[in-house]
Design a protein around this ligand. Structure first.
Ligand code: FES
Length: 171
């Protein structure tokens, strides 16, 4: 497997040029985005490479990945539905919503549907605490927030995404 430096020399050069040498660690997030771009996940090899590139520990890289729900260390579907299950949303029915969504798709939280289209994940606060149940949808290079969700509204979205994946509707 090619390293990031072999695959994306120009992108890496451009990213690193934005930061003075003493603040190289600020490039962690853009480099993680770069590493994740193709496969939707950051491999352990990429974590190691970014750490060496920036002269930081791999723990520092993985702690950034762990903090942000936008980075993934494991494979997922084309679309990741990340449902907030923090307190305010839980009080607004997020746990029931999450269970219903998983049951509808026939998977458990953290799993991906057999067609590779959808992954459902429970995540911490998405900063829309009075609008639960809420989830962010990651996929096709974008992130979209959906607030005050019901199973019916989510099912309608899933159907649109299925049609998009089948080429029946444009994004
Ligand atoms: S608690 Fe769900 S968005 Fe904040």
């Amino acid at each position: 497997m090619n390293t990031l430096a072999e695959k994306y020399p120009q992108d890496i050069k451009r990213i690193l040029a934005k930061y003075p040498p003493e603040q190289k660690r600020s490039a962690i997030m853009p480099l993680l985005f770069l590493a994740q771009r193709e496969t939707g996940q950051v491999s352990p090899e990429a974590v190691q490479e970014i750490a060496s590139m920036l002269a930081v520990s791999t723990t520092e890289i993985t702690s950034v990945m762990g903090f942000y729900t936008l980075f993934h260390d494991h494979p997922g579907g084309r679309y990741r539905l990340q449902v907030c299950h923090d307190l305010s949303c839980a009080l607004n029915g997020a746990e029931t919503f999450l269970e219903q969504l998983c049951r509808h798709l026939g998977i458990e939280e953290g799993q991906t549907t057999s067609d590779g289209l959808f992954t459902i994940e429970a995540v911490p606060c998405l900063a829309a605490c009075d609008k639960g149940p809420v989830f962010q949808l990651q996929g096709d290079g974008e992130i979209v927030y959906y607030e005050k969700q019901t199973l019916e509204s989510a099912k309608a979205l899933l159907e649109t995404l299925r049609q998009r994946a089948a080429g029946e509707v444009t994004p």
